[in-house]
Design a protein around this ligand. Structure first.
Ligand SMILES: [Zn+2]
Length: 325
């Protein structure tokens, strides 16, 4: 999710401005941010600093990480990873293009190293310097087409992209699936499924703190968010009656399990259905907002200002449903 610049601003402007700010690190002070490490499984860690949660997988082959937070935090992130492994960063996977998840791409890529003697992913699209950055092709498109003060250095662009449903890797003795979820938070979202560790790194299609952010300017839709949550639920194998089963690292917020994802999905579906009903009744966007279709969920997920307001979410749901044909 992205930090909004101005309440009531057109969404695309807010996202674009936030991406630019994230790249430059200009409008947010990171001095007091500490990067905290949570062990999720034997070889899987969650790093929390500012911006999107980072997932780190360690082992004899090196380090694979999912997302990179903001560039000014890269030294602290590298230090945290250094506590977990002496091996270089070999792969960075991006869940989507937003700057709070990709701002550190260039720094962390250049601090890493390509696997010597080839690449288990297939074609390398660059000179093989530093770690490989893996993402859906729309992430490359969006990072490489940003211009002006939002431009992103080519060192931070994905080096290995995929289109279609998924990309498979085998790294540190583990099968890893990078699964694309169409038109959800953006048009380039992937979740990363660590099959042996039984952990899903979800990116911003799932969080535990606010309503799902739908970046419609970048191809997001509420239907895609629900589809993405369906996919995550589908992959989870729970252990009923006790903690355990598949764990989910959200884009933002705390480590989660099936119950958390089910609650979040139900919330999105209920609000989607209410807004759809109001659209069917012929209500305008202003009338829908006034009717407060998310009222019972607002104490948990709502916001009247800051990052992503309740009204932003309702408007995105309304527009997603109105524009579908
Ligand atoms: Zn995001």
């Amino acid at each position: 999710m992205m930090k909004r610049q101005t309440a009531g601003a057109v969404l695309s402007v807010a996202f674009a401005a936030a991406l630019g700010a994230a790249s430059a690190g200009a409008q947010q002070n990171f001095d007091d941010v500490a990067v905290q490490t949570l062990q999720v499984r034997d070889d899987i860690y969650m790093l929390v600093g500012a911006g999107g949660n980072i997932t780190v997988q360690t082992g004899g082959d090196g380090v694979l990480m999912v997302d990179t937070q903001y560039a000014p935090l890269s030294d602290r992130i590298l230090a945290a990873i250094g506590e977990l492994s002496d091996e270089p960063i070999r792969y960075i996977v991006n869940t989507h293009h937003h700057g709070d998840h990709t701002g550190g791409n260039a720094n962390l890529r250049l601090a890493g190293a390509t696997v010597a003697g080839g690449n288990m992913l297939g074609a390398i699209t660059d000179s093989g310097v530093g770690a490989q950055i893996v993402a859906h092709e729309n992430v490359l498109f969006r990072l490489s087409s940003a211009t002006g003060d939002q431009a992103v250095s080519s060192d931070g662009w994905p080096t290995t992209t995929f289109f279609g449903d998924k990309k498979q890797l085998f790294f540190n003795g583990e099968g890893i699936e990078v699964i694309h979820l169409p038109a959800a938070h953006t048009d380039g979202d992937s979740i990363v499924f660590f099959r042996r560790s039984d952990v899903i790194s979800a990116g911003d299609v799932f969080n535990t703190t606010i309503y799902p952010v739908i970046d419609m300017q970048a191809g997001g839709t509420v239907q895609g968010i629900i589809g993405a949550l369906d996919k995550i639920v589908d992959l989870i194998v729970p252990v009923y009656g006790q903690d355990g089963g598949t764990l989910v690292i959200p884009g933002h917020g705390r480590l989660s399990n099936l119950g958390d994802v089910l609650n979040f999905r139900e919330m999105v579906i209920v609000i989607r259905d209410r807004v759809q009903h109001m659209i069917d009744e012929g209500m305008s966007l202003e009338q829908v907002k006034a009717a407060q279709p998310s009222r019972d969920y607002d104490p948990r997920y709502g916001a009247s200002g800051g990052f992503w307001t309740t009204e932003d979410f309702i408007e995105a749901v309304y527009r997603s449903l109105s524009e579908q044909e």
